[in-house]
Design a protein. Structure first.
Length: 291
């Protein structure tokens, strides 16, 4: 896909490996200035240098943050605002909420949230909220949140939404991917008519990444290794996300869930406006946002 992204600035979380890195590379080759977000300062710096070589003069920058911490998410948003101001920019063209995690064991963050819920859902929710004024200042902006086909055949367990009483790593993951679609649909509903910002949820498909290897027991890593063998490359998956970031013709599309550059119907539960509203209000409360 050949897209001229000259003059555009795009934030990509989880930009140091997998789909995020492949997407950041494609954006840089297209002439965009990429602000890559990673958890490791060393890997972020290495990625920044790599993207600068690809950037055709557009440059690249990086930020470091642990997205399981809402405090660090807020600090990340502040750093992004400062970087844009230093470049003389008052707007942001796209935010790609790509970073995600999978934990087999129940892991509680220092702020008291289940880790997958914090990284996969609350972090995109809060970062989008913090950067929304910059996105609204752009002529046509996008918020792309990477979801998954795992959202099908599940629902939110309101009585124990973080599954702290009866934890299942896979169910926790499925819930967060469902939350990504619900968040995207509700964000579009809440944006004013004629808004310059459009949100999309991306289904990357089964991808050959290392998400199932990190901090998980040997059996889980073995299963993931066998499962991912039939998956697509991060580069292939990134093309579908690049389309959502850059294709002008879909700015006013009513479709919110996409795979490989084509709209796809999400689950019926993911389209329930009342569920999305309730999730939004709960998420705002968890993030300390006055809705």
């Amino acid at each position: 896909m050949d897209q001229n992204l000259s003059g555009k600035t795009v934030v990509v979380t989880g930009a140091t490996s997998g789909i995020g890195l492949a997407l950041a590379e494609a954006l840089a080759r297209g002439g965009a200035h990429v602000i890559g977000v990673g958890r490791s300062e060393e890997r972020s710096a290495r990625t920044r240098a790599h993207l600068q070589e690809l950037a055709n003069g557009a440059g690249a920058s990086s930020c470091t943050a642990d997205l399981s911490s809402l405090v660090q998410v807020r600090s990340l948003a502040k750093e992004i605002r400062l970087q844009l101001a230093a470049q003389g920019k008052s707007s942001l063209d796209a935010l790609v909420n790509n970073a995600g995690t999978f934990t087999y064991w129940l892991t509680i963050t220092p702020e008291g949230f289940e880790k997958q819920w914090a990284v996969n859902h609350l972090a995109p929710f809060l970062l989008t909220h913090e950067l929304l004024p910059l996105l609204q200042a752009a002529p046509a902006a996008r918020v792309v949140t990477v979801s998954s086909g795992s959202h099908y055949n599940t629902r939110l367990r309101w009585e124990d939404i973080q599954l702290r009483r009866r934890y299942s790593g896979l169910l926790a993951y499925k819930q967060t991917k469902l939350a990504n679609v619900l968040f995207t649909a509700e964000l579009n509903r809440r944006l004013a008519a004629g808004s310059t910002v459009r949100a999309f949820a991306a289904d990357p498909g089964l991808v050959k990444t290392e998400i199932g290897f990190k901090e998980n027991p040997g059996l889980v890593r073995w299963v993931w290794d066998r499962r991912r063998a039939s998956g697509v490359t991060p580069e292939f998956s990134a093309q579908g996300i690049l389309y959502l970031v850059s294709e002008p013709s879909i700015q006013d599309s009513p479709e919110c869930y996409w795979k490989d550059g084509r709209p796809k119907r999400p689950s019926r539960y993911a389209l329930d406006a009342e569920v999305a509203r309730r999730l939004w209000e709960l998420s705002a409360q968890m993030c300390g946002i006055e809705d």
